[in-house]
Design a protein around this ligand. Structure first.
Ligand code: AMP
Length: 115
């Protein structure tokens, strides 16, 4: 989608530190990391948020949760000690980029509740 920064990252129109990529998703380091490990997993196709997911996206979501996130957690060394996956959604959810993304955070002790 034009003017979507994460579409531009997925299309390599702007640089990012990509740590994983396949046909459906890209994962890259967050520009302002909130933990020693902080990567974002995004679908290559533009989906605004969790609220815009449809049944057609079920395979994509399953791929992210059963393959991509566990692989990244292991590869980035946080699987054993633990990590957090977050999808901020909408204004009060703290979503600043309107392209679905899953934050994978780890490498430190997480607090609860989040701010
Ligand atoms: P959210 O606030 O949940 O929508 O998360 C958006 C995230 O994208 C924030 O953590 C930003 O630091 C991150 N971000 C924004 N622009 C970029 C970029 N060009 N490269 C990497 N991360 C970015």
């Amino acid at each position: 989608m034009a003017d979507c920064i994460f579409c531009k990252i997925a299309n390599k129109e702007i640089p990012s530190s990509i740590v994983y990529e396949d046909e459906q998703v890209v994962a890259f380091k967050d520009l302002e990391p909130q933990a020693p490990v902080h990567v974002l997993v995004i679908p290559k196709k533009h989906i605004e948020s969790i609220l815009a997911l449809t049944a057609e996206d079920a395979e994509l979501v399953a791929h992210v949760f059963t393959e991509v996130l566990p692989k990244l957690a292991r590869d980035l060394g946080v699987a054993e000690k633990g990590f957090r996956v977050v999808a901020n959604t909408g204004e009060e959810g703290g979503q600043s980029v309107k392209h679905l993304h899953f934050h994978l955070l780890g490498g430190r002790s997480m607090q609860w509740p989040p701010g």
